[in-house]
Write a protein that binds this ligand. Structure first.
Ligand code: C2E
Ligand code: MG
Ligand code: MG
Ligand code: MG
Length: 286
């Protein structure tokens, strides 16, 4: 088909590559401005303990603002940050900001709420990463167990021995380690027993398929059973409906996260929400 279109096809591809290059350059420029002008902010999404409705942990999700407005979503800027190498500076900012937030929550109803940050596999390529995280926790007088790290399956399974050792060091110190988006990658359940992790986060597409499809439901049940038998916590993400909430309770998940309970929000709203006992009971208004 490309041959049939001849000259025009070449033009089409050229402009496509050009568009992507412009997009890449614009996004890196935007990220640099955000880094330099306090445009990076963490939002937080509660994870609901399904046994008691409590919020013993939340996920930190990075937001990029420009001129007071959200500029570009993480699904777009994180891959660009990884490609450009900016992820290291951004990742360090996230670690510091999460620890600062944990310190600010001391003495509030969120004092015992762990913050889980997302870690890019690239960050673990830095051989000092584990030590720097532990150092930052110490600088803010925090316990390692107050912080959690989420890594996707592919980042974990693709990691070399040195990266796994860094995770081991963090886990041994008490940092909580989760496999993010579990079920979508190319991993084998067999590896689970070798990896230094504390919990599995089942990907939301999995939950959505399980609602419609018996075999996906069976696989999800199996993941939960194996996870529990290995002593891992099981969290499900992307719970949007009461039906899904009912299902994940029936299947025995430990925690759930999703728009049904609350959307990611600024720290101040987390504090207001926990004070009014709002999470886990009512669907979020926004
Ligand atoms: P993730 O770690 O899997 O985070 C969960 C994503 O699902 C978040 O998107 C969250 O807002 C969204 N979500 C939560 N509940 C629901 C729901 O009920 N329905 C739907 N449809 N979505 C829900 P967000 O904040 O746009 O982040 C997207 C991805 O960007 C994250 O996926 C993570 O991979 C990455 N990311 C975000 N912040 C950071 C960060 O600080 N560092 C790194 N390396 N990656 C980050
Ligand atoms: Mg995550
Ligand atoms: Mg996830
Ligand atoms: Mg993800």
């Amino acid at each position: 088909q490309a041959k049939e279109k001849g000259k025009n096809t070449v033009c089409f591809y050229t402009s496509d590559i050009n568009d992507r290059l412009v997009h890449y350059q614009e996004t890196t420029a935007l990220l640099r401005r955000a880094i330099n002008n306090n445009g990076l902010k963490l939002h937080f999404q509660p994870q609901i303990d399904l046994k008691n409705g409590g919020v013993s942990s939340c996920e930190a999700l990075l937001r990029c603002f420009e001129d007071g407005a959200l500029a570009v979503p993480p699904a777009v800027f994180i891959p660009v940050a990884e490609k450009s190498g900016l992820i290291n500076r951004i990742g360090d900012w996230v670690i510091d900001a999460a620890c600062k937030q944990l310190r600010d929550w001391q003495g509030t109803p969120l004092a015992n709420t762990r913050i889980d940050i997302n870690l890019s596999g690239k960050q673990l390529a830095d051989p000092q990463m584990a030590d720097r995280i532990l150092q930052t926790l110490g600088d803010y007088s925090l316990l390692p167990a107050q912080l959690g790290l989420e890594l996707t399956e592919n980042e974990l399974f693709g990691g070399d021995e040195a990266q796994i050792q860094q995770l081991e060091k963090l886990k041994n110190a008490g940092v909580y380690i989760s496999i993010d988006d579990f079920g979508t990658g190319h991993s084998s359940l067999v590896y689970l027993r070798k990896l230094p992790v504390c919990s599995l986060k089942i990907d939301r597409t999995f939950l959505h398929h399980a609602m419609e499809n018996e075999s996906d439901m069976a696989i999800m049940q199996a993941i939960i059973t194996v996870g529990h038998r290995l002593g891992l916590g099981v969290v499900v993400e992307g719970v949007e409906t009461n039906e899904q909430d009912k299902l994940v309770r029936q299947l025995g998940c430990d925690k759930a996260q999703g728009f049904l309970y609350a959307r990611p929000m600024p720290a101040s709203e987390m504090l207001a929400g926990i004070g009014s006992g709002h999470f886990g009971n009512n669907p979020a208004q926004s």
